[in-house]
Design a protein around this ligand. Sequence first.
Ligand SMILES: NC(=O)c1ccc[n+]([C@@H]2O[C@H](COP(=O)([O-])OP(=O)(O)OC[C@H]3O[C@@H](n4cnc5c(N)ncnc54)[C@H](OP(=O)(O)O)[C@@H]3O)[C@@H](O)[C@H]2O)c1
Length: 329
Amino acid sequence: MVQAKTWVLKKHFDGFPKSSDFELKVEELPEPKDGEVLLQAVFLSVDPYMRNFSALSMKEGDVMIGGQVATVVQSKHPDYPVGSHVVGPHGWRTHTVCSGAAMDPVLPDWPQDLPLSLALGTIGMTGMSALNGIEEILQLKKGETLLVNAASGAVGSVVGQIAKIKGCKVVGSAGSDDKVAFLRELGFDQVFNYKTVGSLEDALRTASPEGYDCFFENVGGHYSTVALQQMKDFGRIAVCGSISLYNDSKPQTGPYPHPIMIIKQLKMEGFLQSRWNHKNQECMKRLMAWVKEGKIKYREHVTKGFDNMPAAFMGILRGENIGKAVVAV
Ligand SMILES: NC(=O)c1ccc[n+]([C@@H]2O[C@H](COP(=O)([O-])OP(=O)(O)OC[C@H]3O[C@@H](n4cnc5c(N)ncnc54)[C@H](OP(=O)(O)O)[C@@H]3O)[C@@H](O)[C@H]2O)c1
């Protein structure tokens, strides 16, 4: 009998999450039946959506949602041999008994020198969000100017690099000087620390006086209102996230739509990466190829120990991470 540690949502978040909102529990798992596997988590993902979705899709007492990379330690499923690795939405748990539904094998031929945790980040959900946001929503074209905020995070850092691969001018903002230095290392054309610039409006205008064709929006709220003013006519906006609003106890209410959207004839579309789950393998292969060629660089913010999941999660909401935040079990 295997014992799994799990983190459950003890109390719905009210404003910024607190340690006391989470509870560590131990549960006994049954033996896998035919068609099932026993998984042992190796890396777990902490993502902003866990804050956003918890209120919408979770009850108190539920195991926290989220992706993980796991090793198959027992198998009664022909497609998942013992010792192989999978990525799946198994939540904040050290061990899981499940069927193969909803999980993907980690790409075959995963290079020895690349950490498996990238299957949660640059070569996983957040990298694919960047890729699909750029190609499917923005349809970014060579020579265009793209703005991305939360640019040193898991999604933003890949957005900027893909836009450079596509021959675009990239402007990125982030919340510390170290983060801004990282964006320079990644080859962003113009970068600034939005917390110290004084005027966000001036910083955006200085970075691209001619305005923006595309805006990859991760933050929302005030940032969004200011950035919309500086879009070019017929600009496109991919709304990937609105992290600045996730901890609001009371949702903000607009005014929407902003008049500038009409005057400039802007196109704005929200998306969930899961819309393109059917092409995950193809997207991961493309991201892997860019990483191997050195065209996409990555950094990770690794927290050690399953017991530190809540701290790691609260850390991203405080902006402690550069690159993808993961927990190594
Ligand atoms: N639509 C989808 O399918 C999808 C998929 C993945 C992610 N997302 C969304 O994309 C966005 C970025 O995700 P990620 O995984 O890249 O995040 P991440 O790596 O965890 O980084 C989050 C970053 O957001 C910034 N941040 C945190 N609180 C903030 C606040 N109150 N105001 C402004 N910035 C704040 C911080 O950077 P600074 O220091 O620079 O502020 C922080 O490091 C999030 O909104 C997330 O919900 C959406």
